[in-house]
Write a protein that binds this ligand. Sequence first.
Ligand SMILES: NC(=O)c1ccc[n+]([C@@H]2O[C@H](COP(=O)([O-])OP(=O)(O)OC[C@H]3O[C@@H](n4cnc5c(N)ncnc54)[C@H](O)[C@@H]3O)[C@@H](O)[C@H]2O)c1
Ligand SMILES: [Zn+2]
Ligand SMILES: [Zn+2]
Length: 390
Amino acid sequence: MQPCSGMLATNYRGPSRIRVCEKPEPVIEHPNDAIVRVTRSCICGSDLHLYHGLVPDTRVGMTFGHEFTGVIEQVGSGVQNVKAGDHVLVPFNIFCGTCFFCQKELFGNCHDTNPSATASGGFYGYSGTTGSYAGGQAEYVRVPCADVGAVKIPSGMHLEDAVLLTDALPTGYQAAEMASIKQGDTVAVFGAGPIGLFAAKCAWLMGAGRVIVIDNVEYRLEFAKRWANAEVINFDEIDDMTLHLKKITDWLGPDSCIDAVGAEAGGSWFHRVTGVFMKIQAGAPTALQWAINSVRKGGNISVVGVYGPTLNMVPIGNVVNKGLTIRANQTSVLRHVPKLLEHIQAGRLSPKDIITHRIPLEEIAEGYHIFSNKLDGCIKTVVIPPSAVH
Ligand SMILES: NC(=O)c1ccc[n+]([C@@H]2O[C@H](COP(=O)([O-])OP(=O)(O)OC[C@H]3O[C@@H](n4cnc5c(N)ncnc54)[C@H](O)[C@@H]3O)[C@@H](O)[C@H]2O)c1
Ligand SMILES: [Zn+2]
Ligand SMILES: [Zn+2]
């Protein structure tokens, strides 16, 4: 690697190896770009899939980080909606705002920002499969399509609430939205990480009558019980998850099940070996399997947990026989920001409550280690670059 200078940024060195090094500061490459000085970033469960080497085309040298806030330093000649000095939150999707999909507010599926694939648009700090854009676990980031991709932070909003509006909270919200919850419904949420916790909280806002959260990390289940007012189940203590969920729902099954776990699920030795270690399928589909088999007939499945793109061992025949609706997507963050700002400002949601760790960018390797291994009560980690003003 060439010696470089300019700013501090994360540097992926291969599975379970992250460093911070000096990299050149980004520059305006297109008239619609802005350069943002990062004030806060986070580590997401999706970063763990990269960190563990499970996402194809994750290249050595990449700068991770798709959740960040910052201050606009510079804008290209075509940018009109933001200017130098504005404090902004940046949704993790990179999107044009005008294509067929953006017009339908499917910003996560923008057709024009990902030269590597058509399924999803571009994302910051993710693999080559989402466009190889540098991310926000750094001091500076280039923000393409800045007129739509940088949202001014309302004055008075806590920076930690703002940074959680770039991914984790909208993803939990969209997970609950895609679960099509009706008044009084029973909702089972698989995963008590940041996404599952926000999904549980948002399920209540959407009228759920009962919310059940499943995980096997005790401190997270405790948090889900206390903070999201959920019933909790430790899957290590249950022999048959499908049977158990049916048993506690009058033998019908939950009305909706949310998968907030994705490809690295625990709970099945066979899935772990084939999906995570041997990689002969696109991850361990254990949570998804439990969701499909336990949800009631005619129920809804909402999937925000991330899986690889190829064949997976999912009981698709059961989906057909039970007449299920499965909804899945990458989150279209911007679509949810106005409603979520309202909820935060009215005091119904306080996203920063889930932050357990605040670490300097220089110590991010330790941050990944703690989050990945679920140490020290970790739920959500905020990263603070040395150049941050707040
Ligand atoms: N679709 C999107 O736009 C989007 C956005 C953000 C995150 N994600 C994905 O959402 C998932 C969760 O993210 P996070 O930040 O909360 O991650 P996280 O790693 O903090 O949380 C995942 C939790 O799932 C638990 N778990 C493991 N196996 C389980 C099982 N079989 N049943 C129930 N729980 C199980 C783990 O113990 C952990 O607490 C990840 O796959 C991430 O990539 C998707
Ligand atoms: Zn994320
Ligand atoms: Zn678009």
